[in-house]
Unconditional design. Structure first.
Length: 104
């Protein structure tokens, strides 16, 4: 079955313990609902660095910095997109890039 990389962008950060619990519960429910389709539930990421062709490095995360990732199995692009549409980051104002991971 094909694997899909979900790259999360943006999203708000919970400020109180109650908000953290609510967000974590939502993520747990979403991931749990996908069962064995979850290859790697992923993690949030820190600010990225961009290495440019001339060897210079910028440390600002770029124009649309990643905020996390996950790796999931899906039948096809449509199935992967349907899975992504249930992700809690969308209700937190974020977005998701979905790309098939090509086996080499």
């Amino acid at each position: 079955m094909p694997k899909y990389l979900f790259v999360y962008h943006g999203g708000s950060h919970p400020e109180t313990e109650a908000e953290v619990k609510e967000v974590m519960d939502a993520w747990g429910s979403w991931l749990g609902g996908m069962g064995s389709a979850v290859v790697d539930g992923g993690n949030p990421v820190g600010v990225s660095k961009t290495v440019h062709p001339d060897g210079t490095v910028t440390h600002d995360g770029g124009s649309n910095p990643a905020s996390g990732y996950g790796l999931f199995e899906a039948d096809d692009d449509d199935d992967a997109i349907a899975k992504a549409k249930g992700c809690p980051i969308l209700t937190a104002g974020g977005s998701i890039e979905v790309a098939e991971a090509i086996d080499m």
